[in-house]
Design a protein around this ligand. Sequence first.
Ligand code: FMN
Length: 218
Amino acid sequence: MSLYILYGSQTGNAEDIARDLASRCEEQLGLSDVLCDTLNSQKKTITEIKAHAKMLVVICSTTGNGDAPENAESFWRSTKLRSAAKDLYLGVKYAVLGLGDTNYDKFCHMGKAFHKRIGELGGEVALELHCADEATGLEDVVDDWVQKILDTIKEVMSADGEAEATTTTPATAVGVDAVSTVATNLALSDEAAPGGSEETPTPAAMNPEAVAAPTKST
Ligand SMILES: Cc1cc2nc3c(=O)[nH]c(=O)nc-3n(C[C@H](O)[C@H](O)[C@H](O)COP(=O)(O)O)c2cc1C
């Protein structure tokens, strides 16, 4: 099973962070099965994530007025569909880093939206959502997040199938404290999809702000 690091990046920040993380996973953690690519690279094979990914890390900026970067747009369209299978990410542990700028109204909108939607589709939060703010310096959050996500990846990727199978709660199996109330809140949400229709969700209905997740690490 692989580690998937997927990014959505308009001007290269999220891509740089993703590629740096992938290198660290290989060099520091000795992982050999790391896929690092754009979110859109998965658009036609979204179901393969569940089949092949033990853990999914999404790093996504927000552009325009709360919009997905071009290289994440079609993946987001597939993910937000009301008709998306409710178990699309079942068994996949995931973490999201959002990049944004608090000078914009919809701060880190896409990071929040991905975090919420992947949880609604069965994903299990391995590390709580972190949102980095370009207005104050992305590194304030990113540096801390990189350390935390490396620890989390190490725990998740080293938990073998047997250990998981003999443990009643997957969160305990991987020793991840951060499998949090966020996941519970998301799972309980009865919003079938973020939006009033499959193709054009209204920003109000998407409302990722409602997710009870921290927007910044402390
Ligand atoms: C044209 C433009 C629109 C943006 N819109 C938003 C936005 O709506 N919300 C937000 O939080 N950040 C917004 N940002 C800030 C970017 O998300 C931020 O600069 C991020 O670091 C870019 O990462 P990237 O290089 O991976 O795309 C915008 C930036 C630009 C240049």
